[in-house]
Design a protein around this ligand. Structure first.
Ligand code: GLP
Length: 242
């Protein structure tokens, strides 16, 4: 599906999420950070303000989190998602499930997070962006397709791409906790948002190329319910429709 403009993407995907919570108020949504889903969160905040969305009985799950930032740092993904969405809706305290980057044993924290996801029966709708190198979450090229939540090293391209959110490029953490590719694929439904020309190559390879750990987003071909929401620039390298 091709749409134009951030507002249209926000309205479209936001509408699906509003419908989900209207049908099933206790559903679980998987939240991604980055600029791609931002219009969706803006739409949800407005929908809540105008009485069209309640998340009071919902759960939200974070896709990934930096390691190494001090607790409460404004660039932690927990802080980012709070500013973009959660501070402005009625999600109950404690209803955000996220890897804790300050846990003394990050590997044990990843296992705890996986057990929590299992216990709640998985994620109903997972929002995703895609990195210019084809990463999803922080699953960089070469990530095993059967990977679960774990500690990862960030690729230099990812650190460079995300430097725009930090005062100095060297402030971007070198490690993160991310849901694994198999963890992401266990969501019941996945919506991937990509905008702009920098994503065009990765989008085309993910959708039309072979499934290959070198392009982690290609693993989404294995999921039965994935919707790609692309602007014209991000869709530019897809084959023309017959
Ligand atoms: C980060 C996040 C990804 C996100 C990617 C793209 O690396 N960990 O989950 O998809 O950035 O971000 P953007 O949407 O800002 O291009």
């Amino acid at each position: 599906m091709q749409v134009s403009g951030a507002d249209r993407i926000g309205e479209l995907v936001g509408g699906w999420i509003i419908d989900l919570f209207s049908d099933r108020p206790d559903a679980t949504i998987g939240l991604a950070n980055g600029s791609s889903p931002a219009p969706v969160y803006a739409h949800l905040v407005e929908a809540h303000r105008t009485g069209r969305l309640s998340m009071a009985r919902a759960r939200a799950v974070l896709l990934d989190e930096y390691l190494g930032l001090p607790a409460g740092h404004p660039r932690t993904y927990r802080a980012e998602i709070a500013r973009a969405l959660l501070d402005h809706v009625d999600l109950a305290p404690g209803a955000l499930l996220a890897p804790d980057p300050s846990a003394p044993d990050p590997d044990a924290e990843c296992e705890r997070f996986e057990r929590t996801l299992d216990a709640i029966g998985g994620i109903d709708l997972q929002l995703l962006g895609i990195g210019a190198d084809g990463h999803i979450g922080f699953n960089e090229p070469g990530s095993p397709l059967d990977s679960r939540t774990r500690v990862v090293e960030l690729h230099p391209i990812t650190r460079r791409d995300n430097a725009r959110f930090f005062d100095q490029p060297d402030e971007v953490p070198t490690r993160a906790i991310t849901q694994g590719i198999a963890t992401i694929l266990s969501a019941h439904r996945i919506v991937v948002i990509a905008t702009g020309p920098a994503k065009a190559s990765a989008v085309a390879r993910a959708i039309e190329g072979s499934v290959d750990p070198a392009l982690p987003a290609s693993a989404l071909q294995h999921h039965p319910a994935v919707t790609w929401v692309l602007d014209t620039a991000a869709a530019a390298q897809l084959s023309p429709r017959a």
